[in-house]
Ligand binder design. Structure first.
Ligand code: SF4
Length: 361
């Protein structure tokens, strides 16, 4: 691909225009696409709408496991034998203490996640009450992920002050029944439409690596554009022992970056999150994901650990990005380091004689 190809991609995207469908497919599949040039083009779009700022999220699993659903990518699914901690809802005091910690750790957004198909009216009211209390005490945005929600439920949450509702599309409509049989793609789409109708911002993303084709990825990025998703978590399937879908497909670090670029070009203003699987699949290219994406999870995902807070903050600082918070990444890093005084950067160690000159031993 020549220079014009990358420049045209960035210019079209920034202007709000759609690239040709074949360009989107080429971006993912054509071997002549140069990864650095593609990242540079995606970064031009990211910089135009988000500067060098990174939005940091911290997740709270308010309830975990004991789920009736068979989402085969999820360790909490009934189809999974993964050894996870299972519990029903945490107490209000516990959730509030974790909201305080998230705020103090620099999170722009606090994500409360509930396992299960859909909340009953009792749970919806409890979530609404929690949202009111958190918003009254901390200047933090709140996002809730609680399964399928209808219009009445979405309105209750909106009236309580909820900013965003998360419900991921995960995969294409045609593939959905292969990853889950207990609810449908339409259930997911209707939840997002209800959220929009109630005036909530929509957070919805995907899990790559479940056998989807480049065409399906392009279709998902376009659907999220049509839904005007404000936030798009791009997850990469994690092969947790015990889940039904334990074999991620076609996820090289370069391909993961190309997927993030695709979502950036098709959703230029959205908050694109380099989400679960960031460390595992991007490996040594992890920091490059901040060029197309402008958001990440600070310290782990629903049931899997990620980088520590210190390491995530250090990565952001090292690459010259800032964070969206009333405190700087440097200040937050100093606080994290003060909380772990014994944990220092390992000093350089000297090589032994055997390593330097094996034949002499
Ligand atoms: S993704 Fe949600 S609904 Fe599906 S199995 Fe996991 S916790 Fe249950």
């Amino acid at each position: 691909m020549d220079k014009n190809w990358y420049e045209a991609l960035a210019e079209k995207s920034t202007a709000g225009e759609l690239p040709e469908h074949q360009t989107c497919i080429d971006l993912l599949t054509d071997k002549s696409v140069d990864l650095l040039s593609l990242l540079h083009a995606a970064f031009a779009v990211r910089r135009r709408f988000h500067g060098r700022e990174v939005t940091v999220h911290i997740i709270n699993n308010v309830s975990n496991g004991l789920c009736s659903e068979d989402c085969n990518y999820c360790p909490q699914a009934k189809s999974s034998s993964a050894e996870i901690a299972s519990y029903t809802e945490k107490s209000e005091a516990e959730i509030m203490a974790e909201a305080k910690q998230a705020h103090e750790a620099g999170a722009h957004r606090y994500c409360m996640v509930y396992a299960g198909k859909r909340p009953g009216s009792g749970r919806t009211e409890r979530i609404a009450s929690l949202v009111r209390t958190i918003k009254a005490q901390y200047p933090i945005e709140v996002c809730v992920s609680a399964g399928i929600i209808d219009l009445a439920g979405a309105r209750t949450l909106k009236e309580a002050g909820l900013d965003r509702l998360n419900h991921n599309l995960n995969t294409s409509p045609g593939r959905y029944s292969r990853i889950c049989t207990t609810h449908s793609f339409a259930d997911r789409l209707n939840t997002l439409k209800a959220a929009r109708q109630a005036g909530l911002e929509v957070c919805s993303g995907i899990i790559a690596g479940m056998g989807e084709s480049p065409d399906e990825l392009v279709g998902l990025a376009l659907m999220l554009r049509e839904l005007e998703a404000r936030s798009i978590p791009v997850n990469f399937l994690l092969p947790v022992a015990g889940i039904a879908l334990a074999e991620p497909q076609n996820l090289s670090p370069a391909y993961c970056l190309k997927i993030l670029c695709l979502f950036r070009f098709l959703n230029p203003r959205a908050e694109i999150r380099t989400a679960a699987g960031r460390e595992y699949h991007l490996r040594s290219l992890e920091v490059m994901s901040l060029y197309p994406a402008n958001s990440l999870f600070m310290d782990g995902y629903l049931n899997t650990r990620g980088k520590s807070r210190r390491d995530t903050l250090q990565m952001i600082i090292d690459a010259g990005f800032t964070i969206k918070s009333d405190r700087s990444a440097e200040e937050l890093l100093r606080d994290e380091a003060a909380g772990e005084p014994g944990k220092k950067r390992p000093a350089p160690t000297l090589k032994s004689a055997a390593e330097l000159h094996p034949a002499k031993q």
